[in-house]
Each structure stands twice: as C-alpha cells, then as structure tokens.
Write a protein that binds this ligand. Structure first.
Ligand code: UDP
Length: 252
C-alpha cells in the first residue's frame, strides 16, 4: 500500500496519513527509549512484536465493548487506526507498587495496592510528563468532568481486561499506561483507547518467577528485550510460527 504523508514521528512510532479521511497508519519502530529518551537503542524486532501485541489487546477490548482507535493490522509493522485528538494525559493504572510510585511514596516494588490506583501525567516530554491532579486537568481545560468520568471508566475496564488476560497466561499486570483519544462523529464526540498497548507501556511480571517481561528489561539492563516481549506473545499465542521477530526485515 502506498504510504501517505508523514504526520508525526515519536519515540517508538511514526504516524502517516491513512488511505481514507479520518484514518492514520501507525508504523512501529524498533527504537527503544527510556528516562525521557536519555537512554536509547534499536532493538531488532521490537516493533513487529508491539504491532502484533497491540493489535491483540485492542481487538480483545473491542470485543468486550471498550472502544478503541484500532481498525486493522496492515502488515508486520503497520496498523490502520482512526484519527483522533489525543487528550494530553498519560493515564496510568497501578495494581502493584513499582517504578515512580515506589520511589515517590517509598513503597517497596511489588507491594499489592489496596485497590487499583489511577494517576494522570501531563504529556509533555520537555517537562518529563509530570504527575497532575484532576484539579489541574479541569483548571487548564485538558479534559471536562464528563471526559474524566469516561476516562476513569475506560481505564478501569482496560485494567480488568488486561489483568485477566495476563493472569490467564501466568503474568501479573503490575501497572500500565494508556492514552485516550477524542473521535468526532457528526455533532457527537466520544472517547476511545488510542496509541498502543504493549510491553513498552505495561509492567508485566511472571507470576511464578517474578521475571520481568516488559520495558524494565531495557530500562534496567536485565537482558534481551525482544526475548521478553516474544515470551509474552508466545504465551498469548499471538505470533504464529515463522512470522516472529527472527524475520523483521520482510517489511521495512
Ligand atoms: N509509562 C509509559 N510511558 C511513560 C511513563 C510511564 O508507558 O511515559 C508506563 C510504564 O511503562 C509503567 C507505567 O506507565 O508501566 C507506570 O510508569 P511509572 O510512573 O512507574 O514510570 P517509570 O518508572 O517508568 O518512569
């Protein structure tokens, strides 16, 4: 398929104009970044795995009635999605303490939280995506009260879905980040889960061994990142034999 004009290049994906108005092609790169892009590398096959895994999670969410921007996967590295206006928030859901929450509050990593905790960060790399409260979100007009109610509902439904799917394959969903997009349909607008859901944006620990199967492998130099993501894909039955990251050069 001929590619449309490049719209935006982020740390892990490139967005191109899609074939129809209101559509976008998301291209998954192999680039990995952490600590606000201070640590960078190219990880062979990561984009192929994330494309497949995100397709799997977004499709599953759609099947249980959680709206997403996902339309279809086009090839090994690209998927067609609905164009939406991204709300400038990173919506984080935590089931166990880890990462910045453990640091901020002095809670040991792995401690189960009394209930899922939803946090919001303002999406701005130059500020390091600072944690913000609903007061900030309302005062600066990033989202309305109705949007916030909908976002909380979406975040908790994604959490229940993802926790269950992961638990079924022996993986603990420690925390994850989603982004929410606004889609306009005539005079109406609705919110959908956008961006991607992949081990880049989740913390996934093997329930038996505690092995990390997410981007912390890269952040903390714990081994081969592609092996970890491939293990998640293998357990979910996502990558059929022969289409794995061993041949990522087929589409570039
Ligand atoms: N996360 C993400 N993008 C970000 C920040 C966080 O995908 O820009 C994810 C991260 O992978 C983890 C969860 O959100 O699954 C919570 O991250 P945390 O606040 O602990 O930040 P970190 O320790 O990664 O800096």
């Amino acid at each position: 398929m001929a590619r449309g004009k490049k719209i935006y290049e982020g740390k892990a994906k490139i967005l191109f104009e899609g074939p129809e108005p209101g559509t976008i092609v998301q291209y998954f790169k192999d680039d990995a970044t952490a600590f606000n892009a201070e640590k960078k590398d190219v990880i062979d096959g990561k984009g192929v795995l994330n494309n497949r895994l995100s397709e799997y999670f977004m499709t599953g969410l759609g099947q249980i009635g959680v709206p997403t921007h996902f339309m279809k996967r086009l090839n090994m590295r690209e998927q067609l999605v609905r164009n939406c206006e991204i709300i400038p928030l990173e919506v984080i859901v935590r089931n166990f303490a880890a990462g910045s929450m453990s640091k901020r509050l002095g809670i040991e990593e792995g401690t189960q939280l009394p209930r899922p905790i939803v946090e919001y960060c303002f999406k701005d790399d130059s500020l390091g995506d600072p944690l913000v409260s609903e007061e900030h979100i309302a005062a600066f007009g990033w989202a309305s009260q109705q949007d916030m109610d909908d976002i909380l509902g979406l975040a908790l439904r994604v959490n229940d879905y993802l926790s269950g799917v992961m638990y079924g394959v022996g993986i603990r969903l420690v925390d994850f980040k989603i982004e929410i997009g606004r889609v306009y349909e005539g005079d109406f607008q609705r919110l959908v889960v956008a961006d991607e859901i992949s081990p880049d944006s989740c913390r996934l620990w093997d329930i038996e061994t505690g092995r990390k199967l997410d981007k912390d492998v890269f952040r903390r130099d714990l081994g081969n990142l592609t092996d970890a993501y491939a293990e998640v894909a293998r357990r979910l039955g996502v990558m059929p034999k022969g289409t794995g990251p061993q041949k990522p050069t087929l589409v570039n």
